[in-house]
Design a binder for this molecule. Structure first.
Ligand SMILES: Cc1cc2nc3c(=O)[nH]c(=O)nc-3n(C[C@H](O)[C@H](O)[C@H](O)COP(=O)(O)OP(=O)(O)OC[C@H]3O[C@@H](n4cnc5c(N)ncnc54)[C@H](O)[C@@H]3O)c2cc1C
Ligand code: SF4
Length: 330
């Protein structure tokens, strides 16, 4: 048994100070990920700083028409807020397709962004895993890699990022707001998730003790047409094999704006910028959608068991874009 200590932060600054003062202190929000990782000896935490009393649960309008989502807002609450459903349906859908209702009632938005990969080799505590023990190797490269990534991989790690809502947030250029020992920061969501490269153990740019206070989602009229689709081995309580956040806008018979991001295929929530570039200016038809998806997946590096995701991701992208075009999400 591992001894743990626990304290409650009384304010944002207090939370930062309490975690920053020891390298093995961590924030505790819903606890749905952190507690599992401590039990599996993946997280080194021996002191948990409970942040649930902090005033970070509010979801509010931003002056530009966007939304601020507090870091402690619960997934189930955010999914059901009318402004989210109307202005960013892909965010609401992504949240409702994640985990289970019980987990979503506990799980916070900040904790969701910080969750770690579900790669079984990370969590088993014994296999070579560069994320758990840098330099030990990667058991997934030649192991059972059916669920692993095709995009953004390195020879040191091929794990996918597991969050659903992060895929939609990346599509809408959301910004993660933090406060830490060195002050406040605004980090674009796309930069918040790091590629594994030579340092897969570093997953985001937060310094120790830096607290996510909220997420700003800018106003984007196209987001009203967005949708989120998730393909997985069973219909609930399962992570994505492939997922897609998609939105298209059409003017004068051609795509005038497009957003496409993929989950389950990248080592980070994957903004499909190459596909978006193909879409804009082209006719909004299945051939264009397929061509755009194919251009994005040209970069895929497949392993023994995950090559099927190349076709699945392309079909998912076409279906998501078609659904947005037809307004089927309304
Ligand atoms: C069985 C199961 C199925 C799941 N399925 C899905 C799924 O399908 N899709 C999906 O997207 N997710 C899924 N999840 C993950 C779930 O969404 C996350 O566990 C949850 O969002 C984490 O939030 P939390 O508040 O419980 O975080 P915690 O467990 O409290 O914290 C997680 C990590 O984030 C840090 N942290 C928490 N809040 C902050 C903050 N404000 N600032 C800085 N660091 C912080 C903690 O220190 C810790 O390291 C699943 C989880 C489980 C257990
Ligand atoms: S894919 Fe990444 S998380 Fe999984 S074993 Fe390899 S290094 Fe570890």
């Amino acid at each position: 048994m591992k001894p743990l200590t626990y304290s409650r932060a009384t304010g944002v600054h207090d939370a930062v100070v309490r975690v920053a003062e020891s390298p093995t202190s961590s924030f505790l929000a819903g606890g749905t990920t952190e507690v599992d990782l401590i039990r599996a000896s993946v997280s080194p935490s021996d002191h948990l700083v409970d942040i649930n009393a902090l005033p970070l649960s509010v979801v509010d309008d931003l002056p530009d028409g966007g939304l601020h989502i507090g870091a402690l807002a619960r997934m189930s609450d955010v999914a059901r807020i009318p402004a989210v459903i109307e202005r960013y349906p892909a965010i609401s859908e992504a949240l409702l397709l994640g985990a289970s209702e019980q987990l979503r009632n506990m799980a916070s938005m900040g904790g969701n962004l910080c969750q770690r990969t579900r790669c079984a080799y990370l969590r088993d505590g014994v296999s070579p895993c560069n994320k758990r023990e840098p330099g030990s190797g990667c058991a997934a490269l030649d192991g059972f890699n059916r669920g692993h990534a095709l995009l953004g991989t390195s020879e040191h790690c091929i794990a996918t990022h597991p969050s659903d809502v992060a895929v939609a947030l990346v599509a809408f250029d959301a910004v993660v707001r933090t406060t830490g020992p060195d002050g406040d920061r605004a980090i674009p969501a796309d930069d918040f998730f790091l590629l594994p490269g030579d340092t897969p153990e570093i997953e985001h740019p937060l310094v120790h003790g830096e607290l996510i206070v909220g997420i700003d989602v800018p106003a984007a009229p196209i987001a009203r047409r967005s949708t989120y689709l998730k393909f997985r081995d069973r219909e609930s309580y399962e992570f994505a094999l492939v997922s897609v956040a998609a939105a298209v806008e059409v003017e004068d018979g051609v795509v005038s704006d497009a957003r496409l991001a993929l989950g389950g295929v990248g080592t980070k929530p994957w903004r499909a910028r190459r596909a978006e570039a193909v879409l804009v200016g082209s006719p909004p038809d299945p051939a264009t959608f397929r061509r755009a998806a194919a251009v994005e997946l040209e970069q895929a590096v497949v392993r023994e068991h995950n090559a099927f995701k190349v076709e699945l991701a392309q079909r998912a992208a076409v279906r998501g874009l078609t659904r947005s075009l037809n307004g089927a999400h309304r």
